[in-house]
Write a protein that binds this ligand. Structure first.
Ligand SMILES: [Zn+2]
Length: 170
């Protein structure tokens, strides 16, 4: 396995982007499992099936356990302190790109796309580009690049009827 050089900088950028937003509010596991199911049910999702479970109650680490095979299901385990939309988005991005990518530029592309979909599912609370722009800016501020995506573009998502008209940024 290659050394995951950009892990800490990627964490720091995510912290900067999400701090002070409700994406870091503690959520119920069942609601996050439901959100994950809806994100991966969207037609653009290129990754494997995902299940969301609670990590052990004394765990401080959330994780995405990917199978050996690209088509194996991914099990996301959310620690009590990781029961947030922000953490779920991070772990879903791992599920999308697979463990070999670590926290590289493809991981960051996946995180932006998952975030765009996850924050625009429900009509009353659609965020448009707000969170995506914040995370993209934070990656840039930390000197982190974002790769071109190698999966379907989720951008059509935001232009659905009733989505408020603001397309998701590419
Ligand atoms: Zn990670």
């Amino acid at each position: 396995m290659t050394i995951d050089h950009q892990r800490q900088a990627t964490y720091a950028a995510e912290d900067d982007a999400f701090e002070g937003t409700d994406l870091t509010d503690r959520a119920r596991l069942a609601d996050l499992a439901d959100l994950a199911a809806r994100v991966v049910a969207e037609p653009w999702w290129p990754g494997p099936a995902v299940v969301v479970r609670a990590a052990r109650a004394d765990s401080s680490t959330s994780s995405a356990r990917c199978g050996i095979d690209a088509h194996d299901d991914v099990e996301i385990r959310l620690a009590p302190c990781g029961c947030t939309v922000a953490t779920l988005v991070h772990e879903l991005a791992h599920a999308l790109v697979g463990p070999a990518c670590g926290h590289d530029a493809f991981f960051r592309r996946a995180a932006l796309d998952v975030l765009a979909v996850a924050t625009n599912l429900d009509a009353p609370s659609r965020r448009g580009e707000r969170h995506v722009a914040g995370l993209r800016d934070a990656f840039a501020a930390h000197g982190l690049t974002v790769a071109e995506r190698e999966w379907p573009d989720p951008a059509g998502f935001g232009s659905r009827p009733g989505a408020g008209g603001a397309p998701i940024a590419l």
